[in-house]
Design a protein around this ligand. Sequence first.
Ligand SMILES: [Zn+2]
Length: 503
Amino acid sequence: MSTSILRAGLALALLAPALPAVASSPAPRAKNVILFISDGASWGTWDMASYWQHGAKGLQPYDSFAVKLGMTTYPLNTSVTPTGTGLPQISYDPAVAWDTTPVGPPNHFRGYQYVKADYTDSAAAGTALAAGIKTYNNAINFDDFGNPVPFITQRLKAEGFATGAISSVPFTHATPAAFGAQNISRNNYHQIAQQMIEGGALDLIMGGGHPWYNSSGQARSTPGTTYMSVAQYNALADGSAGWNFIETKADFEALASGAISFAGPLFGLARTGDTLQANRSAAVAGADPANPSGVAFIGSVPTLETMTIGAINHLSTASSKGFFLMVEGGAVDWMAHANNTGRIIEEQVDFNRAVAAAVNWVNTRSSWDETLIIVLTDHGNGMPMGPDSHLVAFQPIENRGQGVLPGVRWHYGTHTNENTLFWAHGVGARAFEKRVVGIDPGLAAILGHNDGRYIDNTSVKSAILTAMRVPGAIPEPGTWAMMIAGFGLVGAGLRRRRALAAA
Ligand SMILES: [Zn+2]
């Protein structure tokens, strides 16, 4: 891509607020919102799973969603503690992100080099999604001054909605924590567990992190207490914490089939020390050549798909007002860190099936006039691209057919600051299009994702609250108040640049 096209895109980006808005019909409110987060999914991760599942792109349920955007994910700064300044230090520049100027190994191209720097972690990204603010990495609904900030499920609970958060990794991990806790650090797992259990923001929690099982679902004689304490487990299991509690695969499946149901809050702790399947031992699980990794699945934990169906069954009857559910494919990120092509496909396929199950629920039990589904990732991870992507800039994943591992080259072992993929469908989905902050030509020209429009992760919360017609201070983009607020931000940025120049 020529730099002139990129510059044109930047010019468009500056004009973005003036783009014609999609007609806003007086739509009914979103009674239910299901937010799917594939944690750490670079563009190639979505493609890999589609090639394995279908031998083609474009066949996932979200591929036909009405709204397709990009989403920037950068944090306020990359400090791991509050800086006390609140000053934005990071941004995203499409003109550099897609720059194909060779720079030699290990980065190969200037664009690759650029998105490898200044990336968010899942805590700052989760805070952006749940609380609508940029913050430092490690923050769970804390701002850069070290103060707790309100988050979406608190607000929705106060409005009478039922709320839930489920994950394929420990329930206290950063992303689910951002929907049920406030903490200065994501690593304070026991505090986060206590806040999620006692804090009142969630009616339903599901995930791993069981103290009495290992990563392969085997019982332990000594507990693993990284993610929760034995006392916390005991209080859930004996009912004294005030939650209904399930942990066997059979109970998760009975909840999903409707054979069992519960009144009051429901906690589902899968019998695994961390991930549902991603971290299982090949020696314990044995072989299964039908799986992308060649390793059999363990039989003692539910799938994310099963958990999702069960969670919807529970939440959809918990409040007549409606519900909000966050579903995280958390282990997608773990397998991206490991650059494990087979296992990341397994995780993303389970995530895709969870989305498909929710879409099926809307089509058969609800409707798109009362339910909104959002599919996104909190950040890129690993930069999986085509086998020759060290020579050919942004070469896409190579499709080798359904059920065959695609051609992949990984470029990084951690997160990236790439512009990510976003989909939404159902009542209120257009609220996201009103929050477009720019045009990224690479999304259209290189990924073929959409027309290049993108939002920032901090606008997801307000779009959801707008779609749900939650009253309060939610300025509708496109209004003079919003434009004045925008100029204020630009002014703040300029003031900061001057301050840095003076320093
Ligand atoms: Zn990660």
